[in-house]
Design a protein. Structure first.
Length: 203
């Protein structure tokens, strides 16, 4: 009986380890898709209700618009128009700079510290964070995400000495958060490498 009970227990645990991750992944994917659908709802509403695959058509239109806009800003006049439009209007819209910085960081094209990946020394240890703002006195506003949802978390203002920006892509850090910390060792290695580089440069 003990052998049969052990067999049932181990088999059940093995099944749970297979089914549960698949189930959670499907839920997260469904949630992500529902968010995308909601974001596209203004565009979807413009597609005639009689047409099939309205959401796919809306996605195709959005991709086409992004591609055309990308072509335009690759030209000199288009780039100058973009900077003028952003400086005179878009940057005054609350939240625009944050969303643009986050998008650029995810695309690997952000040149400043906005949403840079950082490791921050807190009372209980080292936590992973994203830099939101750099203050004039050197302090940072940081966003500490919650596991396993990178978009939810808390905001802190901390001294510069406690923040170590690491050379890790934003997507990599977001992946570590969504995987409950798996891969955080790479971030710590990057932090130690950055510190050793600074120490060498100061000698």
């Amino acid at each position: 009986m003990k052998t049969v009970g052990e067999f049932i227990r181990t088999t059940l645990i093995g099944g749970v380890l297979i089914v549960l991750p698949i189930y959670v992944s499907i839920l997260l994917l469904a949630k992500s898709l529902s968010i995308v659908v909601k974001l596209l709802s203004p565009l979807t509403a413009q597609v005639p209700a009689t047409m099939q695959f309205r959401q796919l058509i809306a996605i195709a239109i959005m991709i086409s618009l992004c591609f055309v806009a990308g072509i335009i800003v690759r030209t000199g006049p288009g780039l100058r128009a973009q900077h003028a439009f952003e400086g005179n209007l878009l940057n005054r819209i609350p939240g625009y700079a944050i969303v643009r910085g986050l998008t650029a960081r995810m695309a690997g094209r952000q040149e400043d510290d906005m949403f840079a990946v950082a490791l921050v020394e807190m009372d209980d240890g080292i936590v992973m964070a994203f830099v939101v703002e750099h203050h004039d006195d050197g302090a940072y506003t940081i966003f500490i995400p919650s596991v396993p949802t990178p978009a939810v978390g808390a905001v802190f203002i901390v001294a510069k000495e406690r923040v170590q920006i690491v050379d890790v892509p934003f997507a990599k850090a977001a992946s570590v958060i969504s995987k409950w910390g798996t891969g955080a060792a790479d971030l710590r290695t990057a932090m130690l490498k950055a510190r050793s580089t600074i120490a060498v440069s100061q000698t």
